[in-house]
Design a protein around this ligand. Structure first.
Ligand SMILES: NC(=O)c1ccc[n+]([C@@H]2O[C@H](COP(=O)([O-])OP(=O)(O)OC[C@H]3O[C@@H](n4cnc5c(N)ncnc54)[C@H](OP(=O)(O)O)[C@@H]3O)[C@@H](O)[C@H]2O)c1
Length: 340
């Protein structure tokens, strides 16, 4: 008899939250070099909301299990697995499979186009799985695969990496930026956070930010960065706004500084790259990261006692509420769904 598992699916062609439906699927069996993971917690990223709304490039063309990020326990092994044993606490990686070096063109992301983690079980190739940091709960570890690895890549891998005394500017108080605050702080940097809300800035201080700028009351936030750095500008900017905020980032970055281009939340804009050129700065595109980066990050998380900033945890039955919360922007850090 085939065992069934509980999942959510984004229905084919979904353009709204009513396209997120509960369903049953056959429990997967691990194939060669695959591990079967009982997922205990999954987390949301901005991308997951776009997928349900049909705005992540295009609407999904088949019923798809959403979410890229999850953490759980290995409960079965396919033939030939050498990296894991049953009982190991693990996370899946965002791209299946990107071990190291440049991302392979054929690697598929979980949550779209591949089925994701909002399910009781998932079978993944062992090279697309990492051991969880030992100091984390499943809920905390579920925050890592996309937001954590993206922040780690942006600050520690792509281009120049953060060194003590650097100034790191993190835009907004979402998942990627709040993970970046923690890594920058652990590396000895001074961290400036921008936000739409003074209340969120206060919460970012608790996560590790040194300074906060409300970009509603200070729309030209680059001038505040200049003031706070006494004219030096930022060494790193975690850019989640894209075209709409790049004009400010180009002005806020200091000589030889790096802008890690990650997201596109700030809408349209007309960025003039001249200030970047004049300051010999760099603009570095980021696309999450590899299994190797994930493992390096996890060592840093353990060594520094970092705990990902989980703001809200929803039960599996209330997954739609978790998506609503993400859309409301009424959170700081990460939103998690507990699965079992
Ligand atoms: N390239 C990659 O590898 C990669 C990886 C992960 C994420 N991303 C992208 O990076 C961006 C951030 O992702 P995330 O998962 O960290 O997001 P998130 O957790 O949903 O955080 C969103 C936060 O960003 C701020 N924000 C500023 N302008 C916004 C706007 N117009 N709409 C919504 N939020 C806005 C808000 O914080 P305040 O209210 O404090 O301003 C909001 O709470 C997204 O564009 C995402 O697609 C890219």
């Amino acid at each position: 008899m085939i065992s069934k598992m509980k999942v959510y699916e984004v229905q084919t062609g979904s353009t709204g939250l009513d396209g997120l439906r509960r369903a049953e699927r056959p429990q997967p069996k691990p194939g060669p070099q695959q591990v079967l993971i009982r997922i205990h917690a999954a987390s949301l990223n901005y991308r997951d909301h776009m997928v349900v709304m049909g705005r992540y490039f295009t609407a999904v063309d088949r019923d798809t299990i959403p979410l890229s990020d999850g953490a759980g326990e290995v409960v079965d092994l396919g033939p030939g697995v050498t990296r894991f044993k049953t009982g190991d606490r693990v996370c899946g990686t965002f791209v299946q499979v990107w071990k190291d070096g440049p991302r392979p063109a054929q690697g598929q992301a979980l949550g779209v186009p591949a089925d994701g983690t909002l399910a009781e079980y998932i079978a993944l190739h062992e090279d697309g799985v990492v051991a969880m940091p030992r100091n984390l709960s499943f809920e905390e570890a579920a925050a890592l695969p996309c937001a954590g690895v993206t922040a780690w890549n942006a600050l520690m891998v792509a281009g120049r990496s953060v060194k003590p005394g650097d100034t790191v500017v993190c835009l907004g108080t979402g998942g990627v930026s709040m993970m970046a605050v923690q890594f920058a702080k652990a590396a000895g940097a001074l961290v400036i956070v921008t936000s739409s809300s003074d209340e969120k800035v206060q919460r970012a201080y608790k996560i590790g930010a040194t300074h906060g700028i409300n970009y509603k009351t200070h729309p030209e936030w680059d001038k505040e960065v200049e003031r706070l750095t006494e004219g030096r500008g930022a060494d790193h900017i975690v850019e989640i706004g894209g075209a709409g905020s790049l004009p400010y980032s180009y002005r806020a970055v200091g000589f030889g500084g790096k802008i890690a281009l990650i997201g596109f939340l700030a809408g349209a804009g007309d960025p003039n790259p001249m200030p970047l050129m004049m300051k010999a700065g760099s603009l570095h595109g980021i696309g999450v990261g590899s299994t190797r980066m994930f493992e390096d990050m996890n060592r840093a998380i353990e060594a520094n006692g970092i705990q990902p900033p989980v703001d809200k945890i929803f039960p599996f039955d209330a997954a739609a509420d978790a998506f609503r919360c993400l859309a409301s922007r009424d959170f700081v850090g990460k939103i998690v769904i507990k699965i079992a």
